[in-house]
Design a protein around this ligand. Sequence first.
Ligand code: BTN
Length: 238
Amino acid sequence: MSSFREIHFETIDSTSKYLKNNFNELPDFTIVSADYQTNGKGRNDRQWISDKNTNLLFSLLIKNHEMMQNYASLSLYSAYLIATYLESIGLNKVSIKWPNDVYVNGKKICGILLEGNIPSYLIIGVGLNVNQKEILDELLIHQFTSIYLETGKKVNMKELKENIFKSFIDSLYNKSINNEYIEYANEHNYLKNMEVFVEISGKIEKVKVLKINEDNSLKVVCNGLEENLISGEVSFHV
Ligand code: BTN
């Protein structure tokens, strides 16, 4: 593993926001982590809520231009890194919900939010539910789980953090992204054959999911025609 800088906060508003505000002064591959976020940000302006000292909350700064060109892959690739880590510690029924959520047993365990301003910076924000014992927030629309809830065992956070940071830095620093993750994401495709609602040309359409393409888009069938979706929110109801 090459060296990387970690900045840790007990409490901060959002690890991703910190990087957004300070990317100019910080080196490539800075990781900001926190025990608690007062204003954690999820996709589509949702909040990301997590109890103190319970879950893994971090954001990784990428400023290297070559790696930034991979931005279309980075959401799914990050989900792949988390999913394979969860399998390596013995979790079963791990799947990836395109483009960037990790599910276990049909429940969300990890959310990933990619933000950036290319060509200046990209930030990968990761929230992984680790030792959460109960999911408190009835506002959240997904059914959530955590490593603890799936295994019944409390996880050593320091060890988990080191291993996950290592896997992100090793593969991204060495630019070792190869297309194996697409194959993995298709084998663990949470949405495969599901009928879901997506927005196509400003209209909400019911589509059936076929597969994840090599270019990270999602192949679906809509009104009998195949379409490739570039990104977006997939929902199970209108
Ligand atoms: C999602 O909505 O699924 C994405 C959630 C991403 C949450 C993480 S927690 C660390 C980082 N800081 C934030 O404010 N958000 C991301």
